[in-house]
Design a protein around this ligand. Structure first.
Ligand code: NAG
Ligand code: NAG
Length: 176
């Protein structure tokens, strides 16, 4: 038991530095994408756990440190990146669909998070439709559910209906 505890402490000190009173690491290191609604915006913390507290900074994946854009993007003193809600007309790829990373720095050292894709989706009404198909009698007709490209990624076909009667609801439904 004591040996185990000793080894455990030793492995912690290897990871976090010689001084057990200071540490620096990312929680949620696997988080790679944040998808948010354009109406609400997003608050994205830089997920570092640090003793003593770390200085947190955000960058674009290109390495540029990001700057505040009033009413659009802000980095709070606690290291949380905020992207404000916006109207579809003011969508900006640079801000509303981009890849970021953050760094955390304290006396233990400096670490960089994984790249994090932060992307807005629009909550707007959409309609799906089915195009008419003509086939020779005896052949197979293939119908496709046509979904607007802007929402396609987030919409799943759950059933087909004929005269309000559900035909099938299985995995063979084609969303394409
Ligand atoms: C890790 O990420 C998940 C999903 O985004 C979130 O629900 C959870 O609160 C996060 N945990 C921490 C410790 O930040
Ligand atoms: C950081 O500050 C912002 C603005 O005050 C707040 O909304 C957010 O919840 C804070 N995040 C954390 C992780 O404390």
């Amino acid at each position: 038991m004591w040996i185990f505890a000793f080894l455990f402490l030793q492995s912690i000190s290897n990871v976090f530095g010689e001084d057990l009173h200071s540490s620096l690491y990312f929680v949620n290191a696997s988080l790679q994408e944040v998808v948010f609604s354009s109406t609400t915006g997003a608050l994205v913390p830089c997920p570092a756990a640090a003793v003593p507290p770390a200085t947190l900074r955000w960058y674009l994946a290109t390495g540029e440190e990001i700057y505040d854009v009033p009413g659009i993007r802000h980095v709070h003193p606690n290291g949380t990146l905020q992207i404000y809600g916006f109207l579809p007309s003011s969508f900006s790829n640079l801000i509303n669909d981009n890849t970021y990373y953050c760094t955390a720095e304290n006396p233990s050292g400096k670490i960089r998070s994984q790249d994090l894709h932060i992307k807005a989706v629009f909550r707007e009404p959409y309609t799906v439709r089915v195009a008419d198909q003509r086939v020779m009698r005896g052949n197979t007709a293939v119908f496709k559910c046509i979904i607007p490209a802007s929402v396609e990624e987030y919409v799943t076909v759950v059933s087909w209906e004929k005269d309000t009667v559900s035909l099938v609801s299985g995995k063979n439904l084609d969303a394409g």
